[in-house]
Design a protein around this ligand. Structure first.
Ligand SMILES: Nc1nc2c(ncn2[C@@H]2O[C@H](COP(=O)(O)OP(=O)(O)OP(=O)(O)O)[C@@H](O)[C@H]2O)c(=O)[nH]1
Length: 370
C-alpha cells in the first residue's frame, strides 16, 4: 500500500530527508535506517498512562481497554507511518528507565528525537514524577537542545475544572523552578492537560505534531486563505487514523468544534468499515461527507490524500455557494500536495504561501468575501 497515491500527485508524509538537526546528521549517524525517522519519545513514571496514550491515539484502542494493558518492560518502538500521514516513530520508554544504566544509549535515544512527551499522572502524588521529569529533560537537553519538551498533565478526567488549573499551575511552577536552579533557562517546557477519556489527548498530540512539521506555517496560511475566500467558519486538516489535526486556519480553535469534526471522521470510518466496498480503502475515492447540524451549521469533509482529509464548518447560507467551496478545495488539495513535495534541504520553507497558490485561491473567491 503506497502512501498518498489516492489523489493525483504523489505526496510524502514528511520529506524523507528531513532532519530535526538541520543539515547536521551526526547525532543520528549510528542509528539504523528505521531509527532515522523523526521520533517522539513518551516518558513518565510507571502506570502514568504512556502506553494508553499511544494505543488510544494511534491504534484506535477504546479508553476502557487500556485497563488491561501490561507493564512495558523495554523500549517499544511504534512506527505509525504505514497507517498514518505522520511519518515518524513513537517510542514508549518504560517507566523504570535508569539514566545511569549504560545499556541505554542515551545519545542515540535523544539524538534523533523531535519531541519528548513527559506524562505526569495528575491523580497521583506527582513529586516523584517531577524529580524524574527534571532528570529526563535536563539529560535530553544537554544531548540535544533542539528537542521540544511537552508535559502532559494526564488523567485529568478525575479532577474538577478548578483543580485542573491549580494542578497545572503548581506543576509548571515547580518544574520551572528546578530548571532555573539548574541554570537551564533556555529549556522551555510546554504543558497540556490531557485525558484518554475525551478529546484532550488528541488535541495535545496535535499541538506536539504541528511543532514538528516544517511546513506547518505554510499550511496554516493556506488554510486561512482558503477559509477567507470560501465563506467558511473553520477548517481543519486531519490525519484520518489518529484524528490529529496537522493544521487549521488562523482563527482560535474551540474544543467543541474540534470534537465535532473528530466525531464526523469516526462516523465516516465506521460507516465505511461496516458498509464500504472491501476492495476500496476508506478514503481512496475522493471521499465526501456532509452532515447538517441543528444550529444552522454544516460539517463538510473532503479527502485530500489517502491519509488526510479537510473538515470544514460552514454556515448553511454560505453552503449554497458550494461550487465555490469545491473549487477552492481542489486548489487547496493541489497546494497541499505541492507543499509536501518541497524538500527543506533543497529549498527551505519560509512559512509563507507561494504567491501562485494565493492568486489561484483569490480567483475563486466570492465577490462578497473578496
Ligand atoms: N482515569 C484515567 N486513567 C488512565 C488514563 N490514561 C491511562 N489510564 C490508566 O492508567 C493505567 C496505566 O496505564 P498504562 O498506559 O499501562 O501506563 P504506562 O505508563 O504505560 O505504564 P508502564 O508500562 O508501567 O510504564 C491503566 O489502568 C489505564 O487505563 C486517563 O487519561 N485517565
Amino acid at each position: 500500500m503506497e502512501p498518498h497515491e489516492g489523489f493525483g500527485l504523489p505526496v510524502e508524509p514528511f520529506p524523507k530527508t528531513f532532519s530535526y538537526h538541520g543539515d547536521d546528521d551526526d547525532a543520528v549517524s549510528t542509528a539504523t535506517a528505521s531509527d532515522m525517522k523523526p521520533r517522539i519519545l513518551i516518558m513518565g513514571l510507571r502506570r502514568s498512562g504512556k502506553s494508553s496514550i499511544q494505543k488510544v491515539v494511534f491504534h484506535k484502542m477504546s479508553p476502557n481497554e487500556t485497563l488491561f494493558l501490561e507493564i512495558t518492560s523495554k523500549i517499544f518502538k511504534d512506527d505509525v507511518s504505514n497507517t498514518s500521514f505522520i511519518n515518524f516513530q513513537i517510542w514508549d520508554i518504560p517507566g523504570q528507565i535508569d539514566f545511569l544504566d549504560s545499556t541505554f544509549d542515551l545519545d542515540m535515544i535523544f539524538g534523533g528525537t523531535g519531541a519528548l512527551i513527559f506524562v505526569v499522572d495528575a491523580q497521583d502524588d506527582y513529586m516523584e514524577a517531577l524529580t524524574c521529569l527534571h532528570q529526563a529533560v535536563s539529560k535530553a537537553f544537554r544531548i540535544n537542545p533542539q528537542i521540544r519538551f511537552e508535559i502532559f498533565i494526564h488523567k485529568v478526567d478525575g479532577l474538577s475544572d478548578d483543580h485542573k488549573i491549580e494542578t497545572q499551575r503548581d506543576i509548571s511552577q515547580r518544574a520551572n523552578e528546578e530548571l532555573h536552579e539548574a541554570s537551564l533557562i533556555d529549556l522551555h517546557l510546554s504543558f497540556h492537560l490531557t485525558s484518554i477519556y475525551d478529546h484532550s489527548i488528541f488535541e495535545a498530540f496535535s499541538k506536539v505534531v504541528q511543532k514538528l512539521i516544517p511546513q506547518h506555517s505554510t499550511l496554516e496560511n493556506l488554510l486561512s486563505s482558503f477559509v477567507q475566500n470560501s465563506g467558511i467558519e473553520k477548517t481543519f486538516l486531519f490525519d484520518v487514523v489518529s484524528k490529529i489535526y496537522i493544521a487549521t486556519d488562523g482563527s482560535p480553535v474551540d474544543m467543541q468544534s474540534y470534537e465535532l469534526c473528530c466525531e464526523m471522521i469516526d462516523v465516516m470510518l465506521d460507516m465505511t468499515c461496516i458498509y464500504g466496498d472491501d476492495a476500496e480503502d476508506a478514503t481512496t475515492q475522493d471521499s465526501t461527507c456532509i452532515i447538517r447540524l441543528n444550529n444552522s451549521n454544516i460539517l463538510y469533509l473532503r479527502e485530500v490524500t489517502r491519509f488526510l482529509v479537510v473538515v470544514c464548518i460552514v454556515r448553511d447560507d454560505a453552503f449554497t455557494k458550494r461550487g465555490i467551496i469545491d473549487y477552492n478545495i481542489l486548489l487547496l488539495k493541489k497546494a497541499i500536495h505541492e507543499v509536501f513535495d518541497v524538500r527543506p534541504r533543497h529549498g527551505k520553507q519560509n512559512g509563507h504561501l507561494h504567491p501562485e497558490m494565493r492568486n489561484n485561491l483569490m480567483q475563486a473567491s466570492l465577490p462578497a468575501h473578496a
